[in-house]
Design a binder for this molecule. Structure first.
Ligand code: HEC
Length: 443
């Protein structure tokens, strides 16, 4: 303000100088008009109301004095208005300029600082509580009221604020009620609801009669449970839904836990085991076998025919712990020791573990031919000199090449074997007889 005043004063002095200059050059001099603001000091005073933190509800009510009347007012360079009252101000710095009818001005800076609406406000929450009737029920309540401010809303344990301080359907526990006034100032109190434990001193016993399922796979067992030690029981099985009766049907073998709950939620429990009769108890299954040995010099051809007895047929069979099959005939077996199992309709199983398939012995017709060949052919047909690719020292090579042997040694076609001349007729007949009988190792 002082600076502004000084500037105006300087302007007046400059203007006066010009007039003086003009006056000196003119014919008849004139005197400059008097400065209306000279010697005038305009003072701006005001009452301020600080805004609440974060809002624009502060105000400045300014009034000017000094000089003539008829003031208008401007705030922070705004247009001049007749009222010196500036409402709706946020926290900050404001300069109010007052101007009188002659245009003389004065100003004052005001600072609005945010005020905490809760300073000095103490909100007390009091209340009455109704405890739940038992630890097992939620029928307690809290009726809270607050004092120390106005326009309260309430919440419970950090929940949504509501107009009423009444909270119902509460279980045993600790609850914090917060009361909040119109300005967001809060106060709180912790309330504790307690209740007697209705189960103290109560022991609930669960007993039952059980019916076992008729077989291992059946689900026709049942449990009929009843409870004692209190009243108004409901029952559940294996943690399921509580029901009015203790009867549970359609049960397979297994262990079941029955819980009985009285009217106050007190519980007792017991476990019951349903077992199915073992259908194999007292049953001895015998596995008998008829073995046919393996005939050498062919692909595996031994076989075992199994028969089960002692259980409930029909039986299924497995070999060497393989899958059970309907057929009791195992074929194409090599010479070895086998385990044969028979299983009846109740899954009762028994095994014969040392079923031996042997290699069958050489037959007499083959032995006669073997004798002829060892005497007449092996000298040229052996491991070191397999003439024509044939080693007749190995029995199965005789079997495998019987047709070629007949052609060469019996028919002499295309040339005789041995090369030195055909065998005697009796020897050739041995070859013919064996081949006609089947030409196998066992013939
Ligand atoms: C002195 C040696 C000698 C004797 C003994 C001999 N073989 Fe041979 N064998 C041969 C020779 C060499 C060949 C190959 C040339 C041929 O196939 O004629 C042959 C080839 C064969 C063949 C192959 C022919 C074919 O068609 O694949 C047969 C089969 C055979 N001999 C059977 C016999 C029988 C059976 C005897 C005894 C009864 C016999 N050999 C005695 C020397 C002999």
């Amino acid at each position: 303000m002082k600076q502004l005043y000084s500037f105006r004063l300087l302007s007046v002095i400059l203007l006066s100088s010009l007039l003086v200059v003009y006056g000196c050059g003119s014919k008849g001099g004139t005197t400059p008009p008097p400065n209306p603001c000279a010697g005038v000091t305009i003072t701006v005073a005001g009452t301020i109301s600080h805004p609440i933190t974060g809002s624009s509800n502060g105000s400045i009510n300014a009034s000017a004095s000094g000089g003539s009347s008829g003031f208008t007012y401007s705030i922070n360079g705004s247009a001049f208005q007749t009222s010196g009252n500036f409402p709706a101000l946020a926290a900050g710095s404001y300069t109010i300029v007052a101007k009188n009818t002659e245009g003389c001005t004065g100003s004052t800076a005001f600072t609005l600082t945010p005020i905490n609406p809760c300073t000095g406000v103490t909100i007390n929450v009091t209340g009455t509580t109704v405890n739940p009737t038992f630890t097992t029920v939620s029928n307690g309540s809290i009726s809270a009221t607050a004092s120390g401010s106005s326009g309260f809303t309430y919440n419970l344990n950090g929940g949504v604020f509501q107009a009423s301080g009444n909270f119902a359907n509460l279980a045993v526990g600790t609850y914090t009620v917060v009361a909040k006034d119109l300005n967001g100032c809060t106060g709180s109190t912790v309330f504790t609801l307690t209740a007697p434990n209705p189960c103290t001193g109560i022991t609930i016993n669960v007993t039952a009669t059980t019916i076992n399922p008729t077989t291992a796979a059946a689900t026709n067992g049942s449990i009929s449970a009843s409870a004692s030690g209190s009243t108004g029981f409901t029952f559940n099985i294996n943690g399921g839904t509580f029901q009015a009766t203790g009867n549970f049907n359609n049960l397979g073998q297994g262990t079941y836990t029955i819980v009985a709950k009285d009217l106050n939620g007190c519980t007792g429990s017991a476990s019951f085991t349903l077992t199915a009769p073992n259908p194999c108890a007292g049953v001895t299954i015998t596995v008998s076998t008829v073995v046919t040995g393996n005939r050498p010099c062919e692909s595996n051809n031994g076989s075992i025919v199994a028969t089960g007895s002692g259980g409930t047929g029909p039986y299924t069979f497995s070999i060497n712990a393989g899958a059970f099959q309907t057929s009791n005939n195992f074929i194409n077996l090599a010479a070895a020791t086998y385990s044969i199992s028979a299983r009846d309709v109740n899954n009762c199983v028994s095994s014969a573990n040392n079923v031996v398939v042997n290699n069958l012995a050489a037959g007499p017709l083959f032995l006669a031919v073997q004798n002829v060949i060892q005497g007449n052919c092996v000298g040229c047909h052996n491991a070191s000199g397999a003439s024509g690719g044939m080693n007749f020292a190995v029995d199965c090579n005789i079997v495998a090449n019987k047709d070629r042997i007949r052609v060469r040694a019996v028919d002499g076609t295309p040339s005789a074997m041995p090369p030195t001349g055909l065998l005697p007729a009796s020897e050739k007949q041995k070859i013919t007889n064996w081949i006609n009988a089947g030409g196998r190792f066992t013939d």
